[in-house]
Design a protein around this ligand. Structure first.
Ligand SMILES: *Cc1c(COP(=O)(O)O)cnc(C)c1O
Length: 396
């Protein structure tokens, strides 16, 4: 069976370039960059080059890039560091949104238990928050604003540049989880007024287990893993050279192709959205314009997302109903609830996240399979029966 993989917001296939970039560092060049001998020093050079490559893609200085093990680690380190350093000045208020990734939300929940005060900004129905909302929430004791660049479920792009301006005006540290944005849409840490940014290689066709944290010079960054002096003393542990080199090559490749890829992807995305909206009582979640080029997120009334996924999987289509991290639980997605969707509607969600490896043929397969599966599930659904008989009101 032909597999149609459209769960690229969960993880992506590695590009050929990223795989070839990795192999020399698994075979011949396995030295430890902290060693003084030639083998170590060659690895050290590769590490420096990778850092420079990542910095260039973000318009940062190489000294502002710290490699980590994943996007979640970058989020944890950035948020905790800014919070703890704020507390030293007696400040303990943090601003975020209700629809962040759990790497952010769970870190903040923990900080709340430790005495921090967190404001969760309401997300508009289109999946976007505004810089005005952020500015209104800023207090004298605000230490940090953390707002994601683009949402991993509904694909909405936030007004990061304006939020950054507001934070810089008020002297508040601004962190953004840009895991879904970097390599997919242009990101410029200087123009966007970003103090700290998290990224993850496996979301842009790089390897799993490699992340990076950008931290602007002058913004304090605390050590997250104690030990050796790697990553300028901010994260101990022998560097994952093969992974880091590969990640930097994948990022460079993704950034060089942003314009071409987003044109191709948004055409494919729009074709799928328009086709699926023909299904009665369906809706697109998240703003249609301020949206990642590869994201489709829809709800279909009267069905469960889980059933939809399993039946699509039977037809060779790998999609998702929300984020990979929440699937497995029966709660509806916190992101869709944050957009104000009723529980019953949020349950019937489908996320299709594309990559440049998807084809028109894939789109055709999706447009054939989804309406069939939705109809099949609706025919078995007691809720749909009630909706049809008019015993229950349509919500979409
Ligand atoms: C995937 C993802 C993360 C986590 O990245 P990992 O490298 O898997 O830890 C964080 N934030 C967002 C928005 C993501 O999509």
């Amino acid at each position: 069976m032909r597999i149609v993989y459209v769960d690229n917001a969960a993880t992506t296939a590695m590009s050929d370039k990223a795989i070839s970039a990795m192999t020399p560092y698994l075979k011949e060049i396995y030295g430890n960059p902290s060693s003084l001998h030639t083998s170590g020093q060659i690895a050290k050079e590769a590490l420096d080059e990778a850092r420079a490559r990542v910095a260039k893609c973000l318009n940062a200085d190489p000294r502002e890039i710290y490699f980590t093990s994943c996007g979640s680690e970058s989020d944890n380190q950035a948020i905790r560091s800014a919070a703890v350093n704020g507390l030293k000045k007696g400040k303990k208020h943090i601003i975020t949104t209700a629809f962040e990734h759990h790497a952010v939300l769970h870190t903040l929940k923990k900080l709340e238990k430790e005495g921090f005060d967190v404001t969760y900004l309401d997300v508009h129905e289109n999946g976007i928050i505004t810089a005005e909302q952020v500015e209104k929430a800023i207090r004298a004791d605000t230490v940090l604003v953390t707002v994601m660049y683009a949402n991993n479920e509904v694909g909405t792009i936030q007004p990061i540049r304006q939020i950054g301006e507001v934070c810089s005006k008020h002297g508040v540290v601004f962190h953004t989880d840009a895991v879904q944005a970097v390599g997919h849409i242009p990101v410029d840490v200087k123009a966007d007024n970003i103090d700290m940014l998290s990224l993850s290689a496996h979301k842009f066709h790089g390897p799993k287990g490699v992340g990076a944290l950008y931290c602007k010079r002058g913004i304090a960054l605390n050590t997250f893993i104690e030990g050796g002096a790697q990553e300028r003393g901010r994260r101990a542990g022998t560097e994952n050279i093969a992974g880091i080199v590969s990640a930097s090559v994948a990022l460079e490749e993704a950034c060089e192709n942003i314009a071409v890829n987003s044109k191709k992807l948004s055409a494919l995305r729009d074709k799928i959205i328009d086709g699926l909206l023909k299904i009665p009582h369906s809706r697109l979640n998240g703003d249609r314009v301020h949206r990642l080029p590869a994201n489709v997120n829809m709800c279909f009334e009267g069905i469960e997302g889980e059933g939809l996924l399993l039946l699509l999987d039977d037809k060779g289509i790998c999609a998702s109903s929300g984020s990979a991290c929440t699937s497995g639980s029966l709660d509806p997605s916190h992101v869709l609830l944050a957009l104000g969707l009723p529980h019953e509607v949020a349950h019937g969600s489908l996320r299709i996240s594309l990559s440049v490896y998807n084809t028109d043929e894939d789109a055709e397969a999706i447009l054939k399979a989804v309406p069939q599966v939705v109809e099949y599930l609706r025919n078995m659904s007691p809720v749909w029966e009630e909706l049809k008989k008019g015993e229950r009101k349509h919500l979409i």
